[in-house]
Design a binder for this molecule. Structure first.
Ligand code: UT7
Length: 329
């Protein structure tokens, strides 16, 4: 009997309507379109406006469209893994909140926190439930309302982040397609360079933490850049090498969208040519867990059955990783 792989059988995404352009940011902080474009590649990002809306509200339209596309009901889902750094609440899990909103009555679920690498950690984790035969339909969501933890008085971070969400369905595949290999890494010594100072159990919310604007993403950009640019490229090259793949074998490189310069470095290290590198950072900025599934969604029409895809990410934690998968449809 051939090995069962977990294959992506449907993908969909959602970004909110409001477009925050570099020009609008120029009116908010001391920055300019030229600096943002040359240093990051970002032109605009989406923002979820409206009271009482959270990350689950970004996921609902993405998942409902995905289910419709695949022709299944929410009640057929076995497991929901919600990869996010901006959960609706500290507890309960956003996966539970989403399950209730979409009517996934038979699914259990949990949130997965690995910052910008979260979606890859979620894919690798979700695939185990399929490969083991435990589940038949696993939904993996990557989404963040980054605007909820972005300090719009800090020009070093507010130009980077945006809101968005993507979702994939994992199902068993016996044709040799699906998730073939993954390399995932984490290193907690990276905490000082990228974190949220307050709001957790170490430093719960107080008037002081709010006044000091500590409930936002804090980043030492240069330090993170140095790690990201080597680690993401190295791990993508490593997963290719251990699967006997050279650049010509790769149909698409799907990198986390944090900075165009990090994407270019990863492409250059793997040897994959620019026409095969998926980039939409100019439209959405860094949506953290959302970047890779949003790329898959936007390029879905171009993928062919059997295409070799290399996914790669780097994020807070530090966390990083790469996945090799064969597109299944
Ligand atoms: O997704 C998770 C992981 N995160 C990442 O991978 C992000 C990695 N880091 C980066 O992408 C980059 O470090 C940034 C885009 C965040 C910053 O770019 P950089 O080239 O590293 O800039 P920098 O922090 O070294 O700052 C260079 C200069 C500084 O001015 P001085 O000291 O040279 O006078 C900054 O104050 O640019 C200044 N600067 C800005 N100027 C205009 C910083 N932010 C801005 C801004 N507009 N928005």
């Amino acid at each position: 009997m051939s090995k069962i792989h977990a294959a992506i059988t449907a993908v969909h995404g959602y970004v909110p309507d409001y477009i925050l352009t570099n020009q609008e940011l120029e009116t908010m902080v001391d920055t300019n379109d030229e600096w943002i474009t040359t240093r990051t590649g970002i032109k605009e990002r989406r923002i979820l406006k409206g009271e009482g809306l959270g990350t689950s509200d970004l996921a609902v339209p993405a998942v409902e469209a995905l289910l419709k596309k695949r022709g299944i009901g929410a009640d057929e889902l076995d497991l929901i893994i919600f990869c996010t750094t901006t959960p609706d609440r500290v507890f309960p899990a956003t996966a539970n909140i989403l399950a209730d909103k979409i009517g996934a009555k038979n699914a259990w679920g949990y949130d997965l926190q690995a910052a910008c690498s979260g979606f890859l950690f979620g894919l690798a984790t979700g695939s185990q439930f399929i490969e083991s035969g435990k589940h038949k339909k696993v939904l993996v969501i990557g989404g963040d309302k980054m605007s909820s933890i972005t300090n719009y008085e800090d020009r070093a971070t507010c130009i980077i982040f945006g809101d968005g969400c993507g979702a994939v369905l994992l199902e068993p595949n016996d044709e040799g397609n699906g998730i073939i290999d993954s390399i995932l890494r984490s290193d907690g010594s990276g905490v000082p360079y990228l974190h949220q100072k307050a709001g957790g159990s170490v430093r719960p919310a107080t008037h002081e933490t709010v006044d000091a604007r500590e409930h936002f993403a804090y980043q030492e950009g240069q330090a993170v850049f140095k790690f990201a640019v080597t680690k993401m490229a190295d791990v993508a090259a490593e997963v290719m090498e251990r699967n006997g793949l050279v650049a010509e074998d790769i149909a698409w490189l799907v990198p986390h969208q944090a900075n165009k310069r990090i994407i270019d470095a990863t492409a250059s290290r793997t040897g994959v040519t620019a026409d095969k590198v998926i980039i939409n950072i100019e439209k959405y900025g860094n949506t953290t867990n959302g970047t890779i599934p949003l790329c898959l969604w936007e390029w879905e029409d171009k993928f062919k059955k059997g295409d070799n895809l290399i996914l790669a990410a780097f994020g807070g934690g530090f966390t990083w990783g790469s996945i090799y998968l064969k597109w299944a449809y």
